[in-house]
Design a protein around this ligand. Structure first.
Ligand code: SF4
Length: 423
């Protein structure tokens, strides 16, 4: 690490943050990053000199342990501590992510309406780049400092937006939702799309594209990987998690899933990442999961990842599935849930998790069927096979929270809310 002063700015280059993702109730920086401290803010930049986090240091900042983080898709997410009340219980994380776009959060917190958050973004994206670009000429600066400051001077809104557009063009898509398990790596996943569209195109769903399921070719996958390597450059070293998109990647040919997972591991050099414990995330449906042969899981176990497969079941009550217009039978969903638990018990590097819907207007049998799976069929608590409840809307939030708390208290599997987060 090297440290410099530039007038009122304290600059540290190539700092080493934590090398493993942690669940803690204070801000943590991961991997290798650089930092600028001004009187008002602490700003962190990735290895391409692009802003990643902003934390206020002044009295007007909403809370000393809260911060803003910019995602690969160029969304700002505000990390709200919730005064450490029931957030961990509900999400399995110490912070509530607040998004600048509509989601299904049950909290009524909009930090983006706060003047200080607005000011911090203006300082970072407008004022600081302009100030830094005026300070570079005529100074005798170390080459590494000059390179960093030149990148900071260019980190304005337009440049960041253009980079995210480049990402979407490499993927030929935007990731409309990430699996809930991506919370284990603070949603810092590299996305590679191996299939578009959806097998079911359920009536209730707000994240579907409406397209029929269509697997991508290996050539397409290879092009995306190459494009990501070139876009991320030196900052690839800060990643070790892969999302194989989109909504039902497990419906692809198992050989192609393996190809994408292993090719990405090698090309992104996850073995040489500054972060430890590589992980892989993908979505599945009941059919694609039940169609997976034992040999797939045997192969998956050999991969250099901890693998999380999230199945969107929504319910094991037929009336509820009909109401949701999800074209899968309750019996098939029950079968998928049982098979998931069997895989969870036998494969220590694989975790199959499942999603269910949460809404006070759903039939009573939805809740009793949920309890049959998560309580009555189990003798004791199981630490694997996390079950997520996804609020269908933001109405009657108190009722939703009350239902969730009751189900969680009775559940014998880890049970959390699923907030829809895009990339
Ligand atoms: S709920 Fe899942 S399977 Fe159904 S349409 Fe949405 S993404 Fe597709």
């Amino acid at each position: 690490m090297s440290s410099y002063h530039l007038d009122d700015l304290q600059i540290s280059l190539n700092r080493r943050g934590a090398s493993r993702y942690q669940k803690v109730s204070y801000p943590v920086h991961y991997g290798i990053y650089s930092e600028i401290r001004s009187a008002q803010y602490t700003l962190c930049y990735n290895r391409n000199g692009l802003i990643t986090t902003i934390q206020g240091r002044n009295q007007d900042w909403p809370h000393p342990a809260e911060w803003l983080k910019r995602t690969l898709g160029n969304d700002w997410v505000y990390y709200f501590s919730g005064n450490y009340s029931n957030i961990f219980d509900a999400l399995g994380e110490y912070y509530l992510p607040c998004f600048p776009y509509p989601s299904n959060s049950l909290w009524n917190r909009n930090p983006f309406a706060e003047p200080e958050v607005h000011k911090a973004l203006e300082y970072t994206l407008d004022q600081l780049p302009a100030q830094v670009s005026k300070r570079i000429p005529g100074r005798d600066l170390e080459p590494e400092l000059k390179d960093f400051l030149t990148a900071v001077a260019g980190t304005n809104r337009t440049r960041l937006w253009e980079r995210s557009c480049k990402l979407f063009s490499i993927l030929k898509s935007r990731v409309s939702v990430l699996p809930p398990d991506a919370r284990h790596v603070d949603y810092d996943v590299l996305p590679v799309i191996i299939a578009d569209g959806c097998v079911y195109n359920c009536g209730f769903c707000s994240v579907k594209t409406g397209q029929a399921f269509q697997a991508r070719s290996r050539r397409d996958v290879q092009e995306q990987i190459r494009g990501l390597c070139s876009l991320l450059g030196p900052d690839l070293k800060n990643y070790n998690a892969l999302f194989l998109g989109q909504h039902d990647a497990l419906n692809c040919d198992p050989d192609n899933i393996e190809y994408a997972a292993l090719r990405a591991y090698e090309a992104f050099d996850f073995a040489g990442s500054a972060m430890r414990d590589p992980s892989l995330y993908l979505f599945a449906g009941a059919d694609s999961f039940l169609n997976c042969k034992e040999s797939f899981f045997q192969r998956c176990r050999q991969w250099p990842y901890r693998t999380f497969i999230n199945i969107g079941l929504e319910s094991t009550d037929q009336n509820t599935l009909d109401q949701l217009k999800k074209p899968v039978s309750a019996r098939k969903n029950q079968e998928a849930f049982q098979r998931a638990q069997e895989i969870n018990e036998r494969f220590d590097t694989i975790e199959i998790t499942s999603n269910f819907v949460l809404d006070p207007g759903l039939p009573d049998n939805h809740w009793s069927a949920f309890q049959d799976l998560t309580r009555h069929s189990l003798k004791h608590y199981y630490p694997k096979g996390t079950v997520y409840l996804s609020p269908l809307s933001r109405t009657r939030r108190k009722d939703q929270m009350r239902i969730f708390s009751r189900l969680k208290r009775l559940s014998r599997r880890p049970t959390y809310l699923y907030l829809l987060q895009r990339l």
